[in-house]
Design a protein around this ligand. Sequence first.
Ligand code: GLU
Length: 565
Amino acid sequence: MNLSITEGMSIESLARKYALQNAIEYDGKANPGSVIGKIMNEGTEFRSQAKQVAEISRQVIVEVNAMSPEEQKAELEQLAPELLVKKKKEIIKELPALENGEKGVVMRLAPNPSGPLHIGHTRMAILNDEYVKKYGGKLIVRMEDTNPPTILPEAYDLILEDLDWLGIEYHEVINQSDRFGIYYEYAEKILVLGKGYMCDCESESWRKLKDEKKPCPHRDTAPDINVKLWEDMLAGKFELGQISMVVKTDIQHKNPAVRDFVAMRMVEEPHPLTGSKYLVYPLYNFSVAIDDYDMGMTHVLRGKDHLNNTIRQEYVYEHLGWDKPVFIHYGWVSIDDTVLSTRQIKAAIQEGKYSGWDDHQLGTVAALARRGIHPDAIRQFWNDVGAKSVDIKFSWENLHAMNKDIIDKDAIRLFFVWKPKEIKITGIDKLQSRAPLHPERSELGVRVTELSGNITVQITYDDYENLKPGNLVRLKDLCNLEMMSDGSFKYIGNDLDVLKKGAKIIHWVGPKALDAEVQMPDGTTISGLVEKAAENYADRVVQFERFGFVRLEPDENIIAFFAHK
Ligand code: GLU
């Protein structure tokens, strides 16, 4: 007899563990062929008992297939946790090659410092980073801070913190507010070239003329007059909003949005970094075109919502005789169930609806980090989605599934009992539980709970309300109990066979458990009790068994933020 393989395991217990494993893998239904095959492979001695093996396996499979997936998983976790394999990992898709990428690339992240980054922004951050890592070169962070009223001063630092957390390797950080001299220089050059004009039309009438494909009276002003007006504008000789500098495109362009655009205008509001040093500010399309060229961008990766902007910016390249970078536009991503508008979030923080930019109800990068989402899950998500131009719907479910794959192997297991209900255990005055900190990683050790005297434990009311006198129940990693007619629970040993008699495995905590609060993404809080060991895992992501993955906040009290199931 080959003891090292069977170690005295009966056909029945082998059948049970393989049936559970097979059922978990195949939607709750084990297949006799594979279970029998696995047992046969355990050792030659089973071949001579083939008939018995088949018979016992079939019986066991009937029992196992009648269990819920949750029960199957719980039992296998008890019997043979090493068999609980995770679903096969999807093959990680590679991003499509970049045209002209071979000699290295220069790319940029161009956030507006109006707030920290949210999940939507992480796409541009990750994809640019992936490409620069793939081809070698430089990644520049360019803070597009040329609209003072929208700037949130702390966003400059928050954005960099978010990028660091995401693992983005950027090589330079540049603020557009430091580059006004460059914008002025090129604005003048465009006027000199006759590719732009100074315009003091009332904005509505100017727009109306454009809609009708008609030039305004200033479009053909001579360059020297334009330059003089430009100098007067810089010198503050006009009233606020009285005059602007416009870049010519094609006034007949079939797309009205592309016809001539304002490049420089006056702004009165002081800038958080430069105060009132400048009166004349560039608008987005102008500063971006100048910077992308001046900083040597080889590839500009941006959302499809910028398609019209790209066309406008290309006129600047053409006017100045510059080679264009490769422009790539990825599709629109709609993100449901999440407030992403910086303006709305800012207002709600002020009203006290959110605790800050990292409030766990938000979709900001800081909030995701707080909830225990791993940066690699976000990276994998966008890598899978890629840079294609099709529009997609963001799936929190997919992100959570990827996150689970990443965090599961390091997440310590703990029991958290919500809606606690105390139960009395009779028939024994000393019990010890040695529950694995992780079912697949015995090297991490166990969490020990000692119970003695008049033993009481807390279970969740959700389990309690389904129990009737005479029912059997197994307290996970502790013992089996039978409910008595007086509502107490009698100790009935520790044999896992009780599961075959229909006992459900439930979780529990002892008298030393700590009060805990789980903050849910919908703003609700679930209170309960958690094992004392929780205090050792501050700032870690753990799994509250039968509840979900949470990140424990470093706090005197146990406060957890819910990540996902
Ligand atoms: N600051 C712009 C934005 O955040 C950059 C867009 C771009 O040119 O890629 O929308």
